[in-house]
Design a protein around this ligand. Structure first.
Ligand code: MN
Ligand code: MN
Length: 454
């Protein structure tokens, strides 16, 4: 059903929609980083009986397997009835979200405060990240090979950290600046403490913080060089709106599509074509590096499947299989915000509660950097949606020349695969608190499931 309010479909009984959102809320509340999203995904995969492909000697049609890459990517498969070479049905989402990362040498003392320097990750409006409770998540990797997991600020008994901002009374100069400069990147520094270690003369407040880190995690200051500590909003995902129709949380972009894609695979049985859900990292900074969508990881994984199936020439066949594949690039869309209607072309915008959104193209300044999906493929997708009674809509990211953005779609498109962007509309995208509609979550899940069967 094209461009209709999806709540109408569930007017008589919306229990399945609300129940589905509960599972998502607990996933999102735990999966604050890409590593934690992988950990959550792995639990779901194991519970559903998926096997680690790296531990198998062979596989066959009907098998359910997964690969993990560097604790930051998941690729999971149900081997289909047709030969793998005839292509896969792929759902691809990203599990990194905008945030701040601690610098390699972060902790310093100034005017009686211990502070931590950060470098932001992805596109953020910096002024949104001050004066809110923040948590620290990540790992510290020590020279002896041990890995210490850090998690501070989620347990209600934990302290939180945060970034200060000027009081309104003294903000005359600050408020005269343009929005992008109101909070400067180098001022995104966390307050870690304000209490001196009594026996320490030099930097006593910093010494106190380092002592606490030593006691809790057995780490020295220099160990932070080889750490990955991400600064995220603190606290769980919550119902949003008096009618509880929406979910407020950190990281809907793109964990809402990651969860619905993975769940669609987990709740599916073997179909004609091999089903796949792949979750990648680094989308917010250009899909680069070993764990981004541009990595050879995915191509190699398909080749490994051919090897496990006992086939010769696995890498060549992997490329043929990718060329014959169809993919939904599961990523969020900009939801139409009634407070800011001017940034959209209203007839080509995505509306909350109107179901899963397809973007034929994204990009900016004349579609630059986008994967412009073929209309032949789009027609196939429309048929899948309508014949499965799925509420769906089409949109582009804002009105022409208002801004723009990209997804992983073009990267898989480079394999000569049919790809289209398909995801959930979000309000407040990239803010510490993003908003999605529960009915869109559910329709996206149903759409992904139908696609895997198509
Ligand atoms: Mn995204
Ligand atoms: Mn994004």
């Amino acid at each position: 059903m094209y461009r209709k309010n999806a709540w109408k479909k569930y007017a008589a009984d919306s229990k399945e929609v609300f129940d589905f959102a509960e599972g998502y809320k607990s996933f999102l509340s735990e999966a604050k980083t890409e590593r934690l999203a992988v950990k959550q995904s792995l639990e779901l995969l194991k519970k559903a009986g998926y096997k680690n492909a790296e531990e198998l000697k062979s596989i066959k049609a009907g098998d359910k397997v997964y690969f993990i890459n560097k604790n930051k990517n998941v690729a999971a498969f149900i081997i289909g009835k047709k030969p793998l070479q005839e292509g896969l049905r792929i759902l691809g989402a990203h599990i990194d979200s905008p945030r701040m990362d601690l610098k390699e040498h972060p902790i310093y003392e100034k005017n009686g405060f211990a502070l931590a320097d950060t470098h932001y990750y992805g596109g953020i409006k910096k002024y949104q990240w001050v004066t809110i409770p923040l948590a620290l998540h990540g790992v510290v990797c020590k020279k002896d090979g041990s890995v210490v997991e850090v998690n501070i600020g989620e347990d209600p008994k934990d302290p939180v950290v945060g970034i200060t901002d000027l009081l309104i009374h003294l903000s005359a100069d600050q408020l005269a600046k343009p929005g992008a400069k109101v909070i400067e990147g180098e001022n995104l520094d966390l307050s870690l403490g304000n209490m001196p270690l009594s026996e320490e003369e030099k930097e006593p407040v910093k010494a106190q913080v380092l002592k606490l880190l030593k006691e809790k995690y057995d780490i020295e200051e220099e160990d932070l060089v080889s750490s990955e500590i991400e600064v995220t909003p603190s606290g769980p995902a919550r119902d949003y709106g008096l009618d509880r129709s929406m979910v407020a949380g950190y990281g809907h972009d793109d964990r809402s599509c990651a969860y619905t894609s993975l769940k669609a695979l987990l709740d599916s049985e073997q179909s004609e074509y091999t089903s796949c859900a792949i979750l990648v990292d680094k989308e917010e900074i250009g899909s680069v590096g070993a764990t981004g969508a541009q990595s050879k990881f995915f191509e190699h994984v398909i080749a490994k499947l051919f090897s496990l199936l006992g086939e010769s020439d696995p890498l060549w066949k992997a490329r043929l299989a990718m060329e014959n594949s169809k993919m939904l690039s599961s990523d969020v869309s900009a939801g139409f915000d009634p407070l800011y209607p001017g940034v959209n072309d209203p007839k080509n915008a995505a509306y909350l509660a109107n179901g899963i959104v397809f973007n034929k193209y994204t990009g900016s300044r004349g579609k630059s950097g986008s994967n412009d999906a073929n209309p032949e493929y789009y027609a196939f997708i429309r048929n899948v949606m309508d014949s499965n009674d799925i509420y769906w809509q089409s949109s582009e990211l804002g009105k022409v020349d208002q801004g723009g953005g990209g997804t992983i779609a073009y990267i898989l498109g480079n394999y000569n695969m049919n790809v289209i962007d398909a995801g959930i509309p979000v309000l407040n995208m990239h803010a510490p608190m993003e908003i999605v509609s529960k009915v869109d979550l559910y329709e996206a899940y149903r759409a992904y499931k139908a696609f895997l069967k198509a």
